[in-house]
Design a protein around this ligand. Sequence first.
Ligand code: SF4
Ligand code: SF4
Length: 252
Amino acid sequence: MERREFLKKCCATAPVLLAVAHVGSPQDTPQAPAKAPAYDPTKHYYGMAIDVAACIGCGRCAEACKTENKVPREPIFFRTWIERYVTRKDGETTVDSPNGGIDGFPALADEKSIERAYYVPKLCNHCAAAPCVQVCPIGATFTTRDGVVLVDDSYCMACSYCVEACPYGMRYINPTTHVADKCTFCYHRVTRGLLPACVEVCPTNARIFGEVTRPNSPLTTFRRLGSLHVLKPDLNARPKVFYANLVDGEVR
Ligand code: SF4
Ligand code: SF4
């Protein structure tokens, strides 16, 4: 019996035993993906800002993410996607995201009745107090020293606890790898000094990636320039994806 199947069976019947079993030798600790040899995670702490006013809904970020991370092409699997919010003058707000925005958005009917319309890119918030990390019974979902929430594929048993626990709907069970999947901030790239694929392709710099706390980093500078929001702040998950130019409370 494969280790993952064994763990799955155990999890269904004895979660306490599993928690104890996980306290093992150092080599039992879930691992981040391979990174550059000189990379020191203690010198970084990552987050992202999204400038909603700059996003044009072109969907290049969602497409680049699918290619970079081999996300299944079916339009129900995304690590990042774009939502379009349309608020009419009568106060009604509708949201659409056809194929995550990858193919663009259909023209809006009755333009005169529109109060405002804007695009909101979504991705894992890499929460500092992540509910998904807290519920994983075997520590397969974990937070790196540099503040990125990852899944160790060799540990994950696809129990879906984390999928259920994420209040932002950012996780899915990958039908190819059969483990929990979501945005990694392109950890395999950023640990080599590259930007996440979605940030690199954005033609309007609507996505600003970098150090959350380092003075004068692009992200810190951007955060100083205006008021930012996080999604669902009342949950105290402490998201590290910050939104600028968002109508407070309208986007969840
Ligand atoms: Fe976990 Fe969801 Fe927060 Fe990402 S957004 S860290 S998947 S709880
Ligand atoms: Fe918005 Fe940039 Fe993504 Fe285009 S690539 S949808 S502008 S965030």
